[in-house]
Design a binder for this molecule. Structure first.
Ligand code: GNR
Ligand code: NI
Length: 188
């Protein structure tokens, strides 16, 4: 029940290789809950625990976050007049995720990152992959991923290994991105 501060580049904590979760307790549930609240507040589609300073292999993803600017839809079931946001939340939690069978074929997507605010750049990644992960109870799952989900989970997996999307760019483009970030921060 807390919106946590998001760490931004070039903070060295973002280079941490996160540690596997081995205790599936209430503290983990609280972390995941806070991460979802933080992700929705920032209008992101994914968040890795290290982005809020916790070096554990925990990700949350929701590819259809509520659009804060959308017109709320009126609703008056059970006699109460109120409004709700038109998009449905579909939070997904991945503990100790592993990428399996990345496709040889690459796809390009213009990526952004809550830890590199207002910077966007094309990144090439395998178009599809399988992901094995554990849920909050420690049960294992495996699923094929494609499209934006494949992009997002690979972006988030990178965070668990201390890698940012700008690390996939040329040195020139990366240094331009970091300079732009520094300039925006000074202006703010
Ligand atoms: O909100 C996010 N959008 C996004 C867009 C394209 C590719 C990846 C992402 S993930 C990002 C949230 C984030 O920084 N997760 O680590
Ligand atoms: Ni990110």
């Amino acid at each position: 029940m807390a919106i946590l501060p998001i760490i931004e580049a070039p903070d060295v904590r973002l280079k941490t290789v996160s540690t596997p979760v081995d205790t599936f307790d209430d503290q983990l549930k609280i972390l995941v809950h806070d991460m979802l609240e933080t992700m929705y507040d920032a209008n992101g589609i994914g968040l890795a625990a290290i982005q809020v300073g916790i070096p554990l292999r925990v990700l949350v993803i929701d590819l259809q976050p509520e659009d804060e600017d959308a017109e709320p839809e009126p609703c008056d079931h059970d006699g109460h007049h109120h409004t709700h946001q038109p998009t449905k939340r579909e939070p997904q939690v991945f503990i100790n995720p592993e990428i399996l069978d990345p496709a040889d074929e690459l796809g390009t997507y213009q990526e952004g990152c809550l830890s590199v605010p207002d910077i966007y750049a094309d990144v090439d990644r395998p178009k599809t992959c399988r992901v094995r992960w554990q849920d909050l109870e420690g049960n294992s799952h495996e699923e094929a991923m494609e499209g934006l989900m494949a992009v997002c989970i690979q972006h988030e997996m990178d965070h668990l290994n201390g890698i940012l999307f700008i690390d996939h760019l040329s040195r020139l483009k990366r240094s331009m991105a970091l300079k732009k970030l520094e300039k925006a921060r000074k202006a703010a």
